[in-house]
Design a protein around this ligand. Structure first.
Ligand SMILES: [Mn+2]
Length: 402
């Protein structure tokens, strides 16, 4: 942009000599507070060895491309990241671990929990893992603002889905706990793609089973999800009642962010009050600000605890952004607010992450599933940027083997 002429100068602009072109509003490239400029430099410091290895692997696996192609890194059969519209989708096209005994060779493992028998309104979250994986193909492993490239700085695999039993919550919970405890015992960070929120209990149990240490939970939701039973069963309104009954998962370390509106069952509120969980509403968070909210959440979740688990219900976001969910609710987080808090609360490292309530049959243009992807990569990116990925291994003192 050229320098603005003064009112007087503009009036006589026709007669005045042309002013010199001066960069007036552009920021100083050396300014430390300009993330946009700093991130340009940060990318230049990232390695690209992982990308070159992937390209070579793609040629080895997929045959060299046709002679007419100028770019000799393109194989005949699509393998790896490119093109984004092709290939068999794992999460972020991470390697599929066919033999789950190999899962410990990776820093983090994604596992799908295709289960919606705990749903009390809209079903469809059994397709959540498929929906999230499909649209995850859109993403690269690199994030601009963080200056992080997951392909270069960590190893990720997709362990596939837990075999759940439709119409049987209890058998499914046992399967889920077994799967999660297997992954947790291996040392890989377990990342669960739900599934309805009833999986919160068996997922936390899977991690709590492999440690004698104390676990806190940071829970993003519009719903309080801590009543004992719903419709006579342990439905998706109940996970924290059962999780905080576990001896090493105290309710006082449960931090519930974004709770509110007209869909919060009073039975759950009474239970949260009785157990002294920590509830912050959207209005609280607006008043405190995002940084302060994250600071409070970390303080409460980590108080006398050794690790923190993050449970992210996509319905914590205003329903205008997440139509594909089981109990949509207006008035929740803006996506960027929740992502900011999520990045901050995962920065010290977590012992597990679940993203729940993505229901592709109700989704529009994959936007809810896309947000689910973003939750996972945002958490991983934050831990990589802060050097905390893998810290959870220190708490695994009772690994299981099957
Ligand atoms: Mn919810």
């Amino acid at each position: 942009m050229t320098r603005h002429l003064s009112r007087r100068g503009r009036r006589h602009a026709g007669a005045a000599p042309t002013p010199p072109r001066v960069r007036f509003h552009h920021p100083d490239f050396t300014a430390r507070d300009m993330q946009g400029w700093k991130a340009l430099d940060a990318e230049g410091r990232l390695p690209a060895d992982g990308w070159r290895r992937e390209q070579q692997w793609a040629l080895d696996m997929g045959l060299a491309g046709s002679d007419s192609l100028t770019d000799k890194t393109i194989p005949t059969f699509a393998r790896g990241e490119l093109p984004h519209f092709a290939g068999i989708n794992t999460f972020l096209k991470a390697p599929y671990v066919e033999n789950v005994r190999d899962v410990g060779k990776y820093d983090a493992a994604v596992l799908g929990i295709p289960f919606d028998s705990g749903t009390t309104y809209r079903p469809g979250t059994r397709f959540g893992p498929q929906g999230i994986r499909r649209i995850s193909a859109l993403y690269t492993p690199y994030n601009y603002e963080l200056g992080v490239d997951l392909r270069e700085q960590m190893t990720l695999c997709d362990a596939g889905d837990v075999f759940t039993i439709p119409a049987n919550l209890e058998k499914s919970f046992d399967q889920i706990t077994r799967g999660v405890s297997h992954v947790a015992s291996s040392g890989a960070l377990p990342i669960m793609l739900g599934g309805d929120h009833s999986i919160g209990f068996p997922c936390v149990r899977g991690i709590a089973d492999v440690t004698s240490k104390r676990i806190g939970i940071i829970h993003f939701d519009r719903h309080i999800d801590i009543q004992e039973k719903d419709l006579d069963e342990r439905m998706h309104t109940t996970p924290w009642f059962w999780a905080t009954n576990l001896p090493n998962v105290p309710a006082t370390n449960l931090v519930q962010l974004g709770i509110g509106g007209w869909q919060v069952p009073r039975a759950g509120v009474a239970e949260a009050r009785k157990r002294n969980t920590n509830v912050l509403t959207i209005a609280d968070i607006e008043r405190l600000g995002l940084e302060k909210t994250a600071e409070i959440a970390l303080e409460l979740a980590w108080k006398d605890a050794d690790a923190v688990y993050v449970s992210f219900d996509v319905d914590s976001i205003d329903c205008g952004f997440v139509p594909g969910t089981g109990w949509p609710e207006p008035g929740g987080f803006l996506p960027r607010e929740a992502l900011k808090i999520l990045g901050l609360v995962t920065a010290p490292g977590i012992c597990g992450l679940e993203v729940v309530e993505v229901s592709p049959p109700y989704d529009t243009s994959d936007i809810t599933a896309l947000f689910g992807v973003r939750v996972v990569v945002e958490a991983l990116g934050s831990m990589v940027a802060n050097g905390t990925l893998g810290k959870h291994r220190a708490i695994i003192d009772k690994p299981v083997s099957f």
